[in-house]
Design a protein around this ligand. Structure first.
Ligand code: SF4
Length: 258
């Protein structure tokens, strides 16, 4: 970690942990392991939602014990910036832009000094970059002015920063501060519905359903498992059900049997 006093550096992802090939390899291994161990037996969600959820997360944990986020960062501040930049953009696109940016601006002080115009040059390949540049400069200035240049370990203080909503705060609280929060993005929302973990109509309703259902031992990693599952296996248009480690626990209308 560079820069002073910005907390523990979030771990960099390992390519194997999140690559398509890695996910596929683990799915095969997990299938054999769960068959041998008899873990994660199916139970109808309506009969026992808690056991249904436990069966699902037991499978995810067996397939990928240490799931990681895919956004790259070098400290808590750059994690916050990366998450703000990732709204309606892909993690890969954000990483491409931030590799150069974080070399010159990895603290709120340096980001504020960089200024909106030069920041825009670094991130102009990312959607909505003008608004995001404005927000990142404003949040950097606020961190310097009100938080001693530190990212606050506090939901209300995080959500008070420009460009930071509940989902961004949840990601930072989880990855940087080790809280078992549930950030609900489009992938988590979709997977939660398909697996009958929630029928909530809003991200907040889905978040609350998941927080109530995910067993405590799986709470820290649950949001990463759901995101990775949605991104690489349970895709929006064409779910890859043949590689799905929870296919026998799924009754989604979108489930493919061939
Ligand atoms: S079986 Fe298919 S639809 Fe169901 S969770 Fe798995 S990938 Fe998604």
């Amino acid at each position: 970690m560079t820069g002073k006093g910005h907390g523990k550096a979030p771990p960099r992802r390992s390519p194997e942990a999140t690559s398509k090939a890695g996910v596929a390899r683990r799915a095969g291994a997990a299938g054999k392991a769960r068959a041998a161990a008899g873990i994660g037996k199916a139970v109808a969600p309506s009969n026992d939602p808690g056991r249904h959820a436990a069966a699902i997360f037991t499978r995810f944990a067996a397939a990928n014990p240490e799931p990681k986020g895919e956004l790259e960062s070098v400290n808590v501040f750059t994690l916050l910036v990366a998450v703000v930049l990732s709204a309606q953009a892909t993690d890969a696109g954000v990483n491409k832009a931030t590799r150069a940016l974080f070399k010159v601006a990895d603290t709120p002080e340096k980001m504020a000094a960089l200024g909106e115009a030069r920041l825009s040059d670094y991130i102009k390949t990312i959607g909505l970059y003008r608004t995001k540049a404005k927000n990142v400069i404003a949040l950097s200035e606020q961190l310097v002015a009100h938080h001693g240049g530190e990212v606050p370990h506090d939901r209300d203080a995080l959500e008070a920063l420009p460009g930071v909503g509940r989902k961004t705060a949840n990601v930072v609280l989880n990855i940087a501060f080790g809280e078992p929060t549930m950030a609900v993005d489009t992938h988590v929302f979709r997977v939660a519905h398909r697996l009958e973990l929630s029928s909530g109509k809003t991200p907040l309703a889905v978040e609350q359903d998941l927080l109530g259902l995910v067993p405590a031992p799986y709470a820290m990693h649950a949001h990463h498992w759901l995101i990775l599952h949605g991104r690489y296996v349970c895709k929006a248009r064409a779910p890859d059900c043949g590689r799905c480690v929870v296919s026998d626990l799924c009754s989604a209308a979108q489930k493919r049997t061939t």
